[in-house]
Design a protein around this ligand. Structure first.
Ligand SMILES: [Zn+2]
Length: 297
């Protein structure tokens, strides 16, 4: 029995063999290619499989997806923006495998529930904050996937006091303020000369005003959106993953202040926001849990 996980992330493709304890073996990863996306996925999947017959494959993808049709349409993969039938393609590659697809936020929620920060908690929200923002909801111990697989997409919750233009066509969405792409863009508009999230985080750490302000407004927006989502879903734990979640107090302080300001309902005082414990294997691990459950179903 060989179980694989595939991550269609916001900046990388990654594949790994999944052991019975859902640990990820050697991860094979590549930056998202400008073309030939499925061919490159195919290569890393075959490398991860190592010639073994694959019995289950879990796919974690940046959204949007259509879970019923087995289609992904992440903005980061130019040739897939109008939709790519990844489940069918994977099924053709591994004819004996059970293939499962879920959006990245759902995979983070599943992974954190299985062996991360929300283990044992029945009601939680998982948010990935990297190039883009994704989310996954767990209510009553069950993952909520929604009609098309995109439930929990907290990146397009509106945040008060912000009017930034969003890639979805709207304005004032959380993703337009707090994603890695958005904080870098905003900082550059204010005159900062850097180009990447790691540069921005480092500059904020050493006290540069513009990077600190960019992460500060991201933290405030995240805290506002989290308070709204917690009220909607009656949850008491939010786990934050992705590269921006590692930005430290410059992001977390305004985030927690915004949560304290807005989460005022009688059932929300215990609301906690914690960093993911799983680092960059979180999405693969979540996809692995899905694949293992498909295999045992
Ligand atoms: Zn939006």
């Amino acid at each position: 029995m060989t179980v694989l996980a595939l991550e269609i992330g916001s900046s990388r493709f990654a594949a790994s063999r999944i052991a019975d304890d859902v640990s990820t073996d050697d991860i094979v990863q590549i930056p998202i290619p400008p073309s030939g996306a499925w061919d490159r996925c195919r290569e890393i999947l075959l490398e991860a499989a190592g010639g073994a017959e694959v019995t289950a494959l879990g796919i974690a993808s940046a959204g949007p997806i259509d879970m019923t049709a087995g289609v992904v349409a992440p903005a980061e993969v130019p040739e897939w923006r109008t939709g790519f039938g990844i489940v069918q393609a994977a099924q053709k590659l591994f004819p004996s495998a059970e293939v499962r697809l879920a959006v990245d936020g759902v995979c983070l929620a599943v992974a954190e529930q299985a062996y991360g920060a929300t283990g044992g908690v029945m009601d939680a929200l998982a948010i990935t904050v990297s190039t883009r923002i994704g989310g996954g909801v767990m209510v009553g111990g069950f993952t909520v996937v929604g009609r098309t697989g995109n439930a929990g997409n907290v990146g397009h919750v509106l945040v008060p006091g912000f009017d930034d233009r969003c890639v979805c066509g709207g304005r004032g969405c959380l993703e337009a303020v707090a994603s890695g792409t958005s904080v870098v863009r905003w900082a550059r508009e204010q005159g900062w000369a850097g180009t990447s999230v790691p540069q921005l985080v480092e500059a904020a750490r050493v006290g540069e005003d513009i990077p600190a302000a960019a992460l500060g407004r991201a933290g405030t927006a995240l805290g506002s959106a989290i308070a709204s989502a917690a009220a909607l879903l009656d949850i008491d734990l939010v786990v934050l993953g992705g590269s921006l979640a590692e930005a430290g107090p410059v992001l977390w302080k305004p985030l927690n202040e915004a949560v304290a300001t807005h989460a005022r309902l009688s059932f929300l005082p215990g609301l906690r926001v914690v960093p993911s414990q799983l680092g960059d294997v979180a999405l693969l691990a979540g996809a692995g849990v899905l694949a293992l459950s498909a295999q045992s179903a």
